[in-house]
Design a protein around this ligand. Structure first.
Ligand code: GLC
Length: 475
């Protein structure tokens, strides 16, 4: 299946070469991969290793027996975590992991310079970095069996710092994580502040990873208890309140507002008039998805791909919901996959909404970049979700579509247009996670056993609590 032909074979060979060329060395140790190697556009920070971008490369290195690179990456980024992050009045909590880093030479000596968001466009805080780091550490342990690395005191300290940052008491009662705009892959203003799905799915996966990585003992056991408690309420909250399908849409459509007290049905005071018109047409008879965000009188009805796909991969969504999300993708294939898997979010925001949500961002005009562009890196998460739900035919189909264009278009960062037919206006070429995403998708299809690096089963610890919660609701 797939391209199985010489062309597919050549593509894979070429992609591996490109990935090899993207590796960054610190001394003679490989420590990461650059974001892009486009010689025609000014590098800005694309010559750095981004934590989120490195994930697809890292999983590939683990699969292909080059765990050393991932080990080096984990050690170096951990060392950055405790750096002083104060600059120009921007400050960050101790557990924060950098968005990106680069190796610099000074006076014949090399050192690693990190960006925690204090240099980034818009000065955005990369909340996802520490979550991906934890997920990657667990993948490394799964691939190598080297739990000793995770059990080292510095690693245990790093894990606890991340947990402290994420689990700290705050002015918010939801179990979800409250973040500012631009805290994850969408690292610009796009109306994704609050409790965006992508962060919640990564948070859930990171907590599950932490539970496996904490060293048993007094401190570890206390954290495991706290994690278990948070995992179950987070899981309940997302499944119960983020879920959207035709039935739920009908309920929301007939919601009453201004309900006070414990028995309120419309707990978040969502007004039916806020249901966008496109959705009443777009929602299929069969299938559904998790909403992009939820807050007081706010439900972001846009479909965000990475959040939904990660929710499948880490079992944040229930088994039935996982199937429904894949059903929806299959039925809205042209909108969500089109000519390049896959759209970062659907639909684009336009007109006045674009002005207000993006702050008139010319890079995020409708159907471009973060605002409804198609990002080939998402291919691997789509394939992983298809693999997890047993819908492998969709995985192959997506790979076949990507193979038609990627090499010819020189591995772009993203595509523009309603169905992703144009190479993105300001897109980099030779974008590493595009290359790695393609290779990883192929590996996950060829050998489903690799799924264990990234996937989580339904949480057994949670079943009991879910039972109690739903009894409480019915009673
Ligand atoms: C852009 C993307 C971000 C990515 C970075 C490097 O800023 O929005 O998600 O990490 O480029 O590729």
């Amino acid at each position: 299946m797939g391209m199985g032909s010489d062309l597919g074979h050549d593509l894979v060979k070429k992609a591996w070469e490109l990935l090899e060329d993207s590796i960054i060395y610190y001394g003679d140790r490989p420590v990461g991969t650059v974001a892009a190697r486009d010689r025609e556009v000014e590098a800005l920070n694309y010559d750095q290793c981004f934590v989120r971008d490195f994930v697809s490369s890292a999983l590939l290195f683990l699969i292909s027996g080059r765990a050393e690179i991932v080990r080096n990456f984990l050690i170096e980024t951990l060392a950055l975590q405790s750096h002083d992050k104060q600059m120009d009045c921007f400050n960050a909590g101790q557990g924060l992991m950098p968005a990106s880093f680069k190796v610099e030479s000074w006076n014949g000596h090399q050192h690693i310079a990190a960006d925690f968001g204090e240099h980034a466009i818009g000065r955005v805080t990369p909340v996802d970095s520490c979550l991906w780091w934890m997920i990657l550490l667990r993948a490394y342990v799964k691939a190598t069996g080297d739990i000793d690395l995770a059990h080292q005191p510095e690693f245990q300290r790093g894990i606890v710092l991340i947990l402290k940052l994420c689990l700290a008491d705050r002015f918010d009662m939801y179990p979800t994580l409250l973040v500012a705009d631009g805290a994850f892959m969408i690292d610009r203003r796009m109306g994704v502040y609050g409790h965006p799905l992508e962060i919640q799915a990564l948070f859930y996966a990171a907590l599950r990873a932490a539970r496996e990585l904490l060293l048993p003992g007094r401190r570890g056991d206390i954290y495991i208890q706290v994690i278990n408690q948070r995992l179950s309420v987070l899981n309940y909250h997302i499944r119960e309140y983020y879920w959207l399908d035709l039935k739920r849409l009908n309920n929301i459509y007939r919601y009453k507002g201004e309900e006070f007290g414990i028995a309120a049905v419309n707990k978040f005071n969502i007004y039916p008039d806020s249901i966008p018109y496109w959705l009443t047409e777009w929602m299929p008879e069969r299938g559904g998805y998790l909403a992009g965000n939820l807050g007081p009188a706010q439900m972001d009805f846009r479909f965000f791909s990475l959040g939904n796909l990660m929710a499948i991969i880490c079992s944040l969504a229930s088994v039935e919901e996982c199937q429904s999300i894949i059903d929806l993708i299959e039925q809205r294939w042209h909108d969500l996959i089109g000519y390049m898997p896959m759209k970062i979010c659907f639909p684009a925001v336009e007109g006045l909404e674009w002005k207000i949500l993006t702050g008139c961002d010319p890079k995020n005009v409708p159907w471009s970049y973060h605002n409804g562009g198609n990002w080939p890196v998402l291919l691997w998460t789509l394939v992983a979700a298809a693999q997890k739900t047993g819908r492998t035919e969709l995985g192959w189909k997506a790979i076949e579509i990507a193979e038609r264009r990627l090499a010819e278009d020189e591995w772009p960062e993203y595509y523009d247009g309603r169905n992703g037919r144009l190479v993105g206006k300001a897109s980099r070429k030779y974008q590493t996670w595009t290359v790695a995403g393609y290779l990883l998708a192929k590996e996950l299809m060829a050998n489903p056993d690799h799924m264990k690096l990234i996937s989580f089963d339904e949480d057994p610890e949670m079943q009991e609590l879910l039972g109690i919660l739903s009894e409480y609701r019915c009673g």
